[in-house]
Design a binder for this molecule. Sequence first.
Ligand SMILES: CC(C)(COP(=O)(O)OP(=O)(O)OC[C@H]1O[C@@H](n2cnc3c(N)ncnc32)[C@H](O)[C@@H]1OP(=O)(O)O)[C@@H](O)C(=O)NCCC(=O)NCCS
Length: 188
Amino acid sequence: MLTKIRVLLTSPISIARVLLGRLCLRCRGVRFGSHLDLEGPVQVGTGKNIRLGDHVRLGKDVYFGAWTDGRLSIGDNSYVGRGTVILANQSVQIGTDCLIAPGCHITDANHGIAPNELIRKQPLDVKPVRIGNDVWIGAGCSILPGVTIGDGAVIGARAVVTKDIPPGAIAVGVPAKVIRYRADPPRM
Ligand SMILES: CC(C)(COP(=O)(O)OP(=O)(O)OC[C@H]1O[C@@H](n2cnc3c(N)ncnc32)[C@H](O)[C@@H]1OP(=O)(O)O)[C@@H](O)C(=O)NCCC(=O)NCCS
């Protein structure tokens, strides 16, 4: 009986949650396509330059910030896992059909670190980040400013990506290095 009630309530509650979540995103200026799916509340720093494609799915507590003129875009059918943070001061572009696991951090900015001056007072050093289509980024990865990840690449859990990763590569570690390509023949 209790299970039945739970099932009957779950569906309307989750529909209401998604509708409310969409409304909140719209109020923050985020533009999104059809069938945006939300697993829970999503935090948005500044939303006017954030664009999400069709059938995008966002985990609970994803955080987006597109500061000043920064642009952040996520392509159709892409998924962003719980607790991932994406910050765009200039440009972060994520392609279609990507899987970004929970707890990742993607940013296009470094703080200035010249000596004899407070770091917090120095201008940001920004370089665009581009993530291609069909990219899988494992849990807890950091994608640093200026990086391009090619179509179909895989980034292993906990990697720190400091340099470009070619299309179809599998890269792991800190800093991330290519260990093989998806198209390589399977190892015996
Ligand atoms: C990158 C990954 C896909 C590679 O899987 P795989 O092709 O089966 O790779 P293997 O297990 O054969 O490992 C190959 C080598 O890379 C190393 N390696 C694999 N993943 C690694 C990682 N995340 N960090 C560091 N090294 C790693 C292995 O230790 C192994 O090293 P060795 O050759 O010296 O023994 C997988 O290890 C991974 O990190 N998956 C992410 C899981 C995840 O985050 N899931 C969230 C769900 S959305």
